[in-house]
Design a protein. Structure first.
Length: 578
């Protein structure tokens, strides 16, 4: 239940906290911007956000709690996983036999309340709280984990002596040591809670550095004593079924674990370095599908062109970009659209990142000669309608993929290039014939990932000089025309009218960002583009033609999303120029 503007106005006037003149001015602003009166009052600065929250609690009859100085049991706090607590601005602070009291910034967040109720199986009693209380309570997650980790590290360090000359049996015993098991389990669980995509375990001269990649950026998590390094590496090797006594050559492996109710697969890479073996683990959450193209950041004409390509029974859909740009997630989302009972879908991948029902997924095994090329040869004998090739890495795979697309199959794959248009010269460099490519390519998607702004953000407008600088790098008129076509701005809007946004740091979003979204360019292979390919045109010429036909480049799509407040200009430029 929400507080009506009339109720809030009456309460504020009766309380005398705000003058009638300020309220009338805020009412006018709220009407112009089509926003609640509370938002207009807060943005005008005449009243604080927490004051409004207290008033709403009083009007609705919902208890208001301040968690300042309240000691919360970690077993109660951890009933709500940290990512959910941060996403929904909610913390658990008191538990009885049949109920859980939770402090929230928005008691109308029914999605969050329902999720928590299903997870804990208790009656949820929502209470309103203030931002400062919530911020301090969220920090308890980190503080408690570090304290827990410190105790484990202390016991692990004490239990180990010199580990430099251990043989395989000694390393096996070390990996089964209880403190070592606890250290690794805590490291992995912490990474899952933090929603990290990668864990880096890096040996330094005098210590072991742990770093997590969160939202595309690496963050130092902690430094551990150097003498625990051998035990951690040995434990990860045991989990990944790697050779314990092999320290001179790189090794790759994989294992799974369950954390916070979800299955997570860890892809492991171990590399010898000067100070010891460095371990990097990629976290792959199982059941990570369920995306839509819209939720990934596709929109407008680009979205239509992908849907048009998926309706074809033959041809090739390519997704391009650097490592870690979300290519595989895009492919799986397209596969999910195509995955109907009347088609046979087969994939050849390295690795299989998500399991999909009714899809025949095959893992590449180069060590026994089962490569993408060999796997693709076998797949075409399995009577598939749709084939997904995880990555086109060489000329043989490229040739087989093109031939599969020519012979009655819809082929989906990825390629490492900097832009959609650059994929065509890359395929030709791999030995692809131009006349075959124009017969098979349907659409090419180029993409990157940018960090998303949190809901609490700061609006601003560019100065004349800043706008001129941006126009020198981006076709702003094209961006503006797309914004108008998709009715994101008014038909008479000018570049000077367009607002942009800055991150606003707070306890919920320490740097003002949370999670990531794609910026894309969707290049359809039209008749005009085909003519350019056959004539041997450059990537720039192909991109220029695609832009004439309405394509937004990745940079332009990034600025489009910056106008909508999804991300920032700085973040887009950082990602595109990396």
């Amino acid at each position: 239940m929400r507080v009506a503007d009339t109720q809030l106005k009456t309460f504020i006037l009766d309380s005398g906290l705000v003058s009638r003149k300020d309220i009338e001015s805020a009412e006018k602003t709220a009407k112009e911007k089509k926003q609640p009166l509370s938002d207009a009052l807060i943005s005008s600065g005449v009243i604080g956000e927490d004051d409004v929250r207290r008033m709403q609690a009083h009007i609705l009859g919902i208890p208001f709690v301040s968690l300042a100085g309240v000691k919360i049991d970690f077993s109660v706090l951890s009933l709500i996983p940290e990512p959910i607590a941060r996403k929904h601005n909610v913390v658990a602070y008191k538990k009885t036999e049949d109920a859980l009291e939770v402090a929230m910034l928005d008691t109308n967040d029914l999605e969050g309340i329902n999720f928590i109720q299903k997870k804990v199986g208790l009656k949820i009693l929502p209470r309103l709280t203030d931002t400062a209380s919530l911020k301090k309570t969220l920090l308890l997650y980190q503080k408690t984990l570090k304290e827990e980790f410190g105790d484990i590290i202390k016991s692990a360090s004490l239990s180990m002596g010199d580990t430099s000359n251990l043989d395989e049996k000694g390393l096996q015993k070390l990996a089964e040591d209880v403190p070592v098991i606890k250290v690794v389990d805590t490291l992995l669980r912490h990474a899952v809670i933090q929603d990290a995509s990668d864990i880096h375990i890096e040996p330094l001269e005098d210590s072991l550095l742990i770093r997590y990649r969160i939202d595309g950026l690496l963050h130092d998590a902690m430094e551990l004593p150097k003498n625990i390094a051998a035990g951690i590496t040995a434990r990860i090797k045991v989990l990944s079924r790697l050779k314990l006594d092999e320290k001179r050559l790189p090794q790759d492996g994989r294992f799974k674990m369950e954390a916070d109710g979800e299955r997570v697969s860890f892809r492991v890479s171990i590399l010898p370095t000067y100070y010891g073996e460095k371990t990097v683990m990629r976290l792959l959450r199982e059941g990570g599908g369920g995306y839509t193209l819209e939720s990934l950041g596709f929109h407008g004409l680009g979205l239509e062109r992908i849907h048009e390509a998926t309706k074809q029974s033959t041809g090739m859909i390519l997704v391009t970009g650097p490592t870690g740009s979300g290519k595989t997630t895009t492919l799986y989302t397209i596969l999910d659209i195509l995955n109907t009972p009347d088609v046979n879908i087969s994939t050849i991948e390295d690795p299989i990142e998500y399991q999909m029902a009714r899809v025949n997924q095959t893992q590449v095994r180069p060590e026994i000669g089962f490569t993408f090329a060999n796997g693709l040869r076998s797949l075409v004998r399995q009577d598939p309608d749709i084939i997904m090739v995880g990555e086109i890495r060489d000329s043989e795979t490229a040739d087989l993929a093109v031939n599969a697309a020519l012979t009655g199959h819809l082929v989906l794959s990825t390629l490492h290039t900097n832009s959609a248009a650059a994929s065509i010269p890359r395929l030709i460099d791999m030995g692809g014939e131009a006349f075959l490519l124009v017969s098979t390519l349907r659409v090419i998607v180029g993409q990157r990932l940018v960090r998303q702004l949190c809901a609490d953000r700061e609006e601003y407008r560019l100065s004349a000089d800043e706008l001129k600088e941006l126009e020198s790098r981006v076709d702003m008129e094209h961006v503006l025309s797309v914004l108008k076509e998709e009715k994101r701005v008014g038909p008479k809007a000018t570049l000077k009218d367009i607002p942009f946004y800055k991150p606003k740091e707070n306890g919920i979003c320490p740097d003002g960002y949370a999670s990531r979204i794609g910026i894309h360019e969707v290049l359809p292979v039209t008749h005009e583009v085909r003519d350019l390919i056959v004539k041997g045109a450059t990537a720039d010429a192909i991109e220029a033609q695609a832009k004439k036909e309405g394509m937004l480049t990745m940079l332009e799509d990034g600025i489009y999303k910056a106008v909508l407040g999804i991300t920032t200009i700085e973040e887009v430029l950082r990602v595109i120029t990396e």
